[in-house]
Design a protein around this ligand. Structure first.
Ligand code: SF4
Ligand code: SF4
Length: 365
């Protein structure tokens, strides 16, 4: 884990407080989406398929800060859309930092060179730059040539100015372990603080549906990456048990309330990834009225293949608190890359037994 000590201590003490208070469902990272508008149209994006009237909507500074206060999570991730398009983003970031929350401003970096003067380096602010791989891979992923070079230039500028910088990498079909390993080597050469890495979620609203990796292929890919990683010193911004989960060694249920999402519609049920399940007006309403039991990769076909950190990192953190020894071992030896994977749970819907007596029969006399 490459996160600075100050952040680890803050998050650690927050977790202990939740445990001492006996809170069952607590948020870890607020996903704050103040707009859906973006200056790219990536093949695997599930966020930009809205009519103009929605894409033109923005959360105000006050709405954003109210969401931060209401939720209380120690970390705030600001994805989108492209947050740097939002004219009041510097005030939003400033307000969150004033509350001593750790902000991850997720950007494709096209506007970063121009807008970086509006921000001040702080231990509470990290630019999380979207890079899905080396030049060819990333430009193909974002469907535009030249974006990789602009993002790398922006990373160098931000690092030079003293900002915390991480890379946010999503993996899609056709990746090989060797290719991803080379990219991670390159990311370390750039000098970023860490890399967040996860398989792309099969968004129903994504323009291309054939780009997502599925099922066992995801775990095989990660095993291959981690096998190479045993000889490297990559800094991955995840808990050791989440990485072990990606490698097929942990059978986790999703914890969607760990990363609650506030966007222009309200508090999105149940998570950042599913867009058509309704919204709550307040964070408390989200907690109280979302039918949480309906969600998770074995419970809901919409969740099939999901191994996203916004659903499973909070589960891994909870497991770390319950089984610190197991987490310590996973941290020490790294994700296991050999031997059998944990058996996959069978989809609960498929288990529903039907019998001949359930088939409606029309009897005519
Ligand atoms: S994935 Fe990110 S950068 Fe690409 S279109 Fe969607 S919001 Fe924009
Ligand atoms: S498994 Fe969890 S995080 Fe993934 S889509 Fe379903 S509810 Fe969301």
């Amino acid at each position: 884990m490459s996160v600075p000590l100050r952040q680890q201590l803050t998050v650690g003490s927050y977790l202990i407080k939740q445990k001492l208070k006996g809170v069952k469902k607590y948020p870890l990272v607020l996903m704050l989406e103040p707009l859906f508008r973006c200056n790219l149209a990536c093949a695997g994006c599930g966020k930009i398929d809205y009519p103009d009237e929605i894409l033109n909507k923005r959360l105000s500074v006050q709405e954003c800060l109210d969401a931060v206060d209401e939720c209380g999570a120690p970390m705030v991730s600001i994805p989108g859309g492209e947050p740097l398009i939002h004219k009041e983003m510097p005030q939003i970031v400033e307000g969150i930092i004033a509350r001593k929350k750790f902000v991850y401003l997720c950007t494709n970096a096209l506007l970063l060179k121009k807008r970086i003067k509006d921000y001040t380096p702080s231990p509470y602010l990290t630019f999380s730059i979207h890079l899905d791989g080396n030049r060819e891979r990333h430009d193909a992923s974002v469907c535009q040539e030249g974006v990789f070079d602009q993002a790398v230039e922006a990373i160098k500028i931000a690092l030079e100015k003293g900002f915390r910088v991480t890379i946010n990498c999503t993996l899609f079909q056709g990746e090989t372990s060797e290719e991803v390993a080379k990219f991670l080597d390159y990311a370390m050469e750039l000098g970023v603080e860490g890399v967040t890495i996860a398989p792309g979620f099969s968004y129903e609203h994504a323009p291309h549906q054939d780009v997502f990796i599925k099922g066992r292929d995801i775990k095989e890919l990660f095993r291959g990456i981690f096998k190479i990683g045993k000889q490297r010193k990559w800094k991955l911004n995840h808990s050791s048990l989440y990485l072990d989960f990606l490698a097929g060694n942990q059978n986790y249920d999703c914890t969607p309330w760990g990363n609650p999402t506030r966007n222009v519609f309200g508090w999105q049920k149940p998570c950042y990834l599913l867009a058509d399940e309704g919204n709550a007006e307040t964070f408390q309403e989200l907690l109280d009225e979302t039918p949480w039991d309906k969600y998770g990769s074995v419970k809901n076909p919409k969740c099939a293949n999901c191994m996203a950190h916004c659903g499973y990192e909070a589960t891994a953190v909870e497991d770390t608190l319950r089984n610190p020894l197991k987490a310590l071992v996973a941290n020490f030896r790294g994700p296991r890359t050999e031997g059998p994977m944990v058996p996959e749970k069978q989809p609960e819907l498929a288990e529903t037994k039907s019998s001949i007596k359930d088939i409606p029969v029309k009897i005519e006399s």
